[in-house]
Design a protein around this ligand. Structure first.
Ligand code: IMP
Ligand code: MG
Length: 220
């Protein structure tokens, strides 16, 4: 017969009691045991709080809606993965117009780095844009490589128009030939995360936009 060490049994029982207690207060078992470190500790300061983001996204949806509402041609929103997902989800649900969406992946940062090493589109560009208006949506306009590449590709497919919308723009770095038609916020030239923006694919779930503590990426 299998016999359990009574001391171990007691410890296990106490552990499950603690986990159950913490869960009732919304703390997951992994977080309770310190396996998932909290994101807040890695943020130096909040740059744009969630309420301000929400207000600005509503204003952008209004501006974009007015731009396309009288046009005979239909709209395709082309969103750039993965950084734009949260912005896209919030924005598109407030666009009061008929539209399709297309998702494309552009790689500019490989892994744990904060420096763009040139942009390239991954996979086949399967978006319906011929004879339609196109609105490219991205999280941030930084060196402009991503938007330059994507808009050039899309223009070859005979759309009626190509416009661009970014939640953030770093004016200090944007070259003169790359323009965004709709901009949420101009921000300082610091590495920001949250609301879809990442560092090494982390922090996208942080609900505000914050400046990442530089010592976390200084060695990358
Ligand atoms: P660009 O091609 O240099 O304009 O950069 C655009 C892409 O770089 C964005 O889609 C982001 O994924 C990424 N990026 C640029 N700046 C930041 C930042 O401060 N935080 C997180 N991602 C950034
Ligand atoms: Mg990114």
């Amino acid at each position: 017969m299998l016999r359990c060490n009574p001391l171990l049994g007691k410890r296990l029982h106490r552990f499950w009691q603690e986990v159950g207690f913490l869960r009732r207060f919304g703390v997951s078992a992994d977080a309770a045991r310190g396996i998932i470190p909290p994101v807040d500790d890695d943020i130096e300061r909040i740059l744009i709080p969630r309420e301000r983001i929400a207000r600005r996204v509503a204003e952008l949806a209004d501006e974009i809606g007015r731009t396309y509402s009288d046009s005979a041609a239909a709209l395709t929103v082309v969103a750039i993965l993965s950084g734009s997902v949260i912005f896209l989800a919030d924005l598109m649900r407030q666009l009061p117009i008929r539209m399709k969406i297309g998702l494309i992946t552009v790689s500019s940062y490989a892994g744990a780095t904060t420096t763009s090493r040139g942009a390239s589109i991954l996979g086949e560009l399967r978006v319906d844009v011929r004879g339609r208006h196109v609105l490219v949506v991205d999280d941030i306009l930084d060196t402009g490589r991503t938007l330059r590449l994507v808009t050039a590709e899309l223009r070859q497919r005979e759309p009626v128009s190509v416009r661009t919308c970014v939640l953030l723009r770093k004016p200090a770095k944007v070259p003169p030939d790359v323009k965004a038609d709709f901009v949420g916020f101009d921000v300082e030239d610091a590495f920001v995360v949250g609301y879809g923006l990442d560092y090494d694919d982390h922090y996208r779930n942080y609900p505000d936009i914050g400046i990442l503590r530089p010592e976390l990426y200084a060695s990358a």
